[in-house]
Write a protein that binds this ligand. Structure first.
Ligand code: ZN
Length: 315
């Protein structure tokens, strides 16, 4: 009986495989046209792509929400995903310099080649902050072209969403109207939320924060916060005891009492500094999905703003 069931299942499985092979080679009717295959390097970009693409797209993120987006663990499966992509959305400004180029080269997909309509570079159109005047890559600094952590400014997200809608419409013209309609509703939602977030943070203008990496400068600029120090001496370079001693002195002088960390950063280092300065360490992920229940850009930002407001209020 068991053997028979197993055999039946196996036969059914083989048949299903064969059928899927046939389906893939047969021309697909327009009504059942496959979804646009969109690959985003990071979960935040993927979240925005889903808002704009709706049911017409199938979105995959390469980086995990809990991973440092500068240092995503490149896997062979990423090459397959990129090979099948119709569209690739990357952050740009060298955010993915350490891992994306070799994957792209191996994927051999002209649709997402540099300059193709299927290639979207989010940093294009963004006014980057902290563009260095001189730069020495040998020192390990990973922000060579300016700060690439610009998605936590909602106004930057509107610019990026506009670019995504434009490219989607170009690659998939039959759904152009859908993409434009989704963009319009996304933008009005961002506007509404931005007003709400600004209201929540308005009482804390000038509030001081310390971050592990230089990853909150766009939020600070948008909402009038002040980044006093970073635990890393330079972006991508691990904190040294000498640098941390300077950070502690600066925090005491400025009376900064909030340290923000990401899931992949060394929380114990932050805790050590917090103990010596009377600060609190806040886990505020910048990627949707890093925290349960915060799976979209909006819920991630809701959590970020309310957690900061709570900390500044001193509750
Ligand atoms: Zn960075």
């Amino acid at each position: 009986m068991h053997t028979k069931t197993f055999t039946a299942l196996r036969v059914a499985g083989v048949a299903a495989l064969a059928l899927s092979g046939i389906a893939a080679t047969r021309a697909t009717p327009a009504a059942l046209a496959p979804k646009l295959k969109v690959v985003a390097t990071t979960p935040d970009l993927a979240s925005i792509a889903r808002e704009i693409g709706g049911n017409a797209v199938d979105v995959t993120a390469l980086g995990k929400p809990t991973e440092d987006q500068h240092f995503v663990d490149a896997k062979p499966s990423h090459i397959v995903t990129l090979n099948r992509a119709d569209v690739l959305i990357e952050g740009g400004a060298e955010l993915e310099l350490g891992w994306l180029p070799p994957l792209l080269e191996s994927s051999r997909n002209a649709k997402i080649a540099s300059g193709a309509p299927g290639r979207i570079v989010a940093s294009q159109g963004i006014r980057l902050l902290e563009i260095p005047t001189t730069f020495d890559r040998s020192k390990g600094d990973v922000h060579a072209l300016g700060n690439p952590h610009f998605l936590i400014d909602p106004l930057n997200v509107k610019i990026i969403a506009g670019g995504i809608a434009e490219h989607f419409a170009q690659v998939d013209p039959k759904n152009a109207a859908l993409y434009r309609a989704n963009l319009a509703s996304f933008n009005s939602r961002v506007d509404g939320k931005l007003t709400e977030w600004q209201r929540q943070l308005a009482p804390f203008k000038g509030a001081k924060i310390v971050t592990y990496h230089r990853d909150f400068v766009y939020l600070a600029q948008r909402f009038g916060l002040q980044v006093v120090e970073t635990l890393e001496p330079k972006p991508g370079i691990a904190p040294s005891p000498a640098h941390l001693a300077r950070v502690i002195a600066a925090m005491k002088a400025a009376d900064a009492r909030v340290i923000l960390v990401q899931p992949y950063q060394n929380r114990r280092t932050a805790e050590t500094v917090a103990r010596q300065t009377g600060a609190v360490v806040l886990d505020i992920p910048q990627q949707p999905g890093a925290r349960k229940g915060n799976d979209t850009y909006f819920s991630m930002m809701d959590y970020m703003v309310s957690t900061l407001a709570g900390a500044f209020r001193g509750k």
